[in-house]
Design a binder for this molecule. Structure first.
Ligand SMILES: Nc1nc2c(ncn2[C@@H]2O[C@H](COP(=O)(O)OP(=O)(O)OP(=O)(O)O)[C@@H](O)[C@H]2O)c(=O)[nH]1
Length: 343
């Protein structure tokens, strides 16, 4: 079975916004995933709570399978390659960008990476609700960072009054230009929003075929607090009829506001392209992986769309409108899909 690339998630945000708190939260709630963590300084990572098992070069292996590493930007490429080696057995990598760094360089580095074991997992921008107005005054570039992020966490909402929280949410949503914005306290976000639990499971149980129930279960797992789920929605879509590739690409080009991730499989059924196309989107990032259908596996499209502030009926209707055979005279209907496809 082809191994799925390891998603690499970048956590950025200005000084003190709550990046380390988010990281600690993920490390405490790894959902069965082995998390590789890359930080500039792991002094603040809650290593005690994780029982340190041993130390290797500049990395710290933690008892629960997590790995922390200290690195500067120039060593990042090598370090990621090292973490992605099968022997490290890592399912997801989280990089904490230093407080002042512009995260775009790191995103570019990942998107341009030729390492097939690594995949872009998204840029999460953490902002401090209590300091938002002052930070924005001091660092006008914050607006750009918000536009560039795939997911924004408006953190420290416990430190602002409700009316202020609503004002800030509306303002940050406007600045983030359609990207999902979630209010959080102490970085407590549902980890399944960031990790593909099904790909973790696929990596761990390679013999087992993933069912659609598994995909859905990923959006409703039980070991996180209920209130974490309230902040985002997941919309599922399934269809036996083939999908028109051009119509789907139009949908993906103009993803509905609030969509953070899409995952699942697509059945185009176009002659010569009858294989299974596994779709993965994070923010603006889009990728298909082409593979064979398993023996007896029904050829159907099954998608989960995850985001915040989604209009579920609208998403379903828009996807429904993508069903149908492409125009028989259109020889190049798959061209745009193939541009984003890795076999
Ligand atoms: N009240 C409150 N305090 C928080 C919250 N999130 C983080 N903090 C506190 O804010 C301080 C900074 O949080 P960190 O998670 O270290 O922030 P950071 O972005 O990693 O900071 P730098 O590494 O300095 O950039 C710490 O004292 C946290 O305990 C929150 O949601 N509410």
């Amino acid at each position: 079975m082809v191994r799925q690339p390891i998603p690499v998630i970048i956590v950025a945000g200005f000084l003190g916004s709550g990046k380390t708190s988010l990281l600690n939260h993920l490390l405490r709630n790894p959902q069965g995933a082995r998390i590789g963590v890359v930080v500039n300084d792991f002094g603040q990572i809650n290593i005690d709570a994780l029982s340190v098992a041993g130390q290797v070069d500049s990395t710290v292996s933690l008892g629960n399978g997590c790995l922390c590493c200290a690195v500067d930007a120039s060593g990042l490429d090598d370090l990621l390659a090292r973490l992605a080696r099968p022997s490290s057995d890592i399912d997801v990598i989280v990089i904490e960008a230093s407080g002042l760094a512009d995260p775009r360089g790191m995103v570019r580095l990942l998107l341009n990476s030729t390492n097939p074991r690594l995949g872009y997992g998204g840029l999460v921008e953490v902002v401090d609700a209590a300091e938002f107005d002052r930070t924005r005054q001091r660092h006008p570039e914050l607006d750009q960072h918000l536009r560039f992020a795939d997911l924004v966490l408006l953190n420290k909402t416990d430190r602002v009054a409700e009316a202020d929280r609503d004002r800030l949410l509306a303002l940050v949503r406007e600045l983030a230009d359609g990207k999902p914005v979630l209010p959080t306290a102490h970085g407590r976000v549902d980890p399944s929003l960031l990790f593909d639990r099904e790909s973790v499971r696929q990596r761990r149980e390679t013999a087992r075929q993933l069912s659609f129930d598994d995909l859905l279960a990923d959006s409703h797992h039980d070991d996180c607090h209920e209130h974490l789920h309230a902040a985002y929605q997941s919309v599922s879509f399934t269809a036996d009829e083939p999908v028109d590739p051009r119509a789907l690409m139009r949908f993906l080009d103009a993803r509905p506001a609030g969509v953070y991730r899409m995952k699942g499989q697509v059945h185009f059924g176009v002659p010569g392209h009858e294989q299974k196309f596994t779709l993965h989107t994070v923010g603006d990032f889009l990728r298909f992986h082409r593979s064979r259908w398993a023996r007896g596996e029904p050829r159907r499209t099954q998608l989960v769309v995850i985001g915040s502030g989604l209009d579920g009926d609208r998403v379903r209707d828009d996807l429904e409108a993508c069903l149908g055979e492409p125009d028989a005279a259109d020889e190049h209907s798959m061209l745009d899909v193939l541009k984003y496809t890795r076999s």
